[in-house]
Design a protein around this ligand. Structure first.
Ligand code: SF4
Length: 322
């Protein structure tokens, strides 16, 4: 499979009154064509900041925004904001934002909102864009008559589908899904996941699926990246991750997920995620890690390649203790 997105040493820091928040700190990964890479981790670990860094939707208090983002081999970090808006955002990479309710403008009709990216990014006439919006509403399972309705007339699941249609309408090859099902009941969640699977196969899309809900990722993910305190600490093939997570934090995360077929005792991770302003010296997980040893307190572990495309950042692997 060819690589559609390659991220190298990406950093996104914010200036705050308390200091510089290192929300995304030296992150690297690849995304293959047709692949779903799930990015999981606790709230506040930097998942949504990573999404915003990839699509360059940045607040004003950015302190550092650096690294390489290669889409189809071209480093889009070198583009000006205007060129990025014209050539990349929504044309190459689009996003389904967290909470469909907040992503739709309550005073504009749904069809217009789905059509708007085509008018803005592809200079398509309003009439043609509205016709295309109806096509995409049908694709995501909404009758085209709903194009004439306002968001409050749609259910939560329908609003989520409309937001997905909006992300697809300009034919991007990469879609970032930021907690796309977190505000939905479990039945609607399952329907949306099935829809995402179907359109991915039909349109040959690649997904970056951001969630704190590991159970949801198991339905879609080909690989799983685990974020902790602004860093990616593990990337593993999904099949292996669910049975044999490698990083101690990932182990604990999986041990906290209930399963239907076993009566395993659920575990919790002691302590709290560290401050992203003053993260712990050495491995950032060391204050909570049951295996921490002296080196973990002093030096940050670099990525250790377990096999091609699979990495773990833990001294246990570097030192041959695992
Ligand atoms: Fe635990 Fe050390 Fe590995 Fe960090 S590097 S996860 S502290 S064993």
């Amino acid at each position: 499979m060819s690589t559609v997105l390659s991220v190298k040493n990406l950093r996104l820091y914010f200036t705050t009154r308390k200091g510089v928040v290192k929300a995304v700190d030296n992150i690297s990964f690849d995304l293959k064509k047709g692949e779903t890479l799930a990015i999981v981790g606790e709230s506040g670990c930097g998942k949504s900041s990573l999404a915003k860094a990839l699509i360059r939707l940045l607040p004003r208090n950015v302190h550092t925004y650096s690294g390489e983002i290669l889409i189809d081999g071209n480093d889009v970090m070198k583009l000006s904001d205007e060129m990025f808006r014209r050539l990349i955002r929504w044309r190459k990479i689009s996003m389904v934002f967290q909470g469909a309710q907040n992503s739709l403008n309550p005073v504009l009709k749904v069809g217009f909102q789905v059509a708007e990216p085509l008018m803005i990014h592809n200079n398509v006439s309003r009439e043609d864009a509205l016709a295309e919006a109806k096509k995409y509403l049908r694709l995501v399972g909404i009758h085209e008559s709903f194009a004439e309705r306002y968001p409050f007339e749609l259910s939560g699941g329908m609003k989520q589908r409309a937001v997905i249609a909006m992300a697809l309408i300009t034919h991007p090859e990469i879609i970032i899904l930021d907690e796309p099902t977190s505000a939905l009941d479990v039945i609607t969640q399952a329907n949306i996941i099935n829809l995402l699977k179907k359109i991915k196969n039909e349109l040959g899309l690649s997904y970056i699926f951001i969630t704190h809900d590991i159970a949801v990722t198991s339905e879609l993910a080909d690989r799983v990246a685990v974020m902790y305190a602004g860093e990616i600490v593990e990337i593993s093939d999904a099949d292996e991750f669910y049975y044999r997570p490698k990083h101690p934090y990932a182990e604990k995360l999986m041990a906290s997920v209930p399963t239907l077929r076993t009566d395993k005792k659920l575990e919790f991770i002691p302590g709290a995620p560290p401050s992203l302003i003053n993260p712990p010296q050495g491995c950032r997980f060391n204050p909570r890690c049951p295996y921490a040893f002296e080196k973990c307190l002093k030096e940050s572990p670099p990525p250790y390649e377990v096999k091609s495309g699979n990495i773990v950042r833990c001294w246990l692997y570097h030192e041959g203790k695992r």
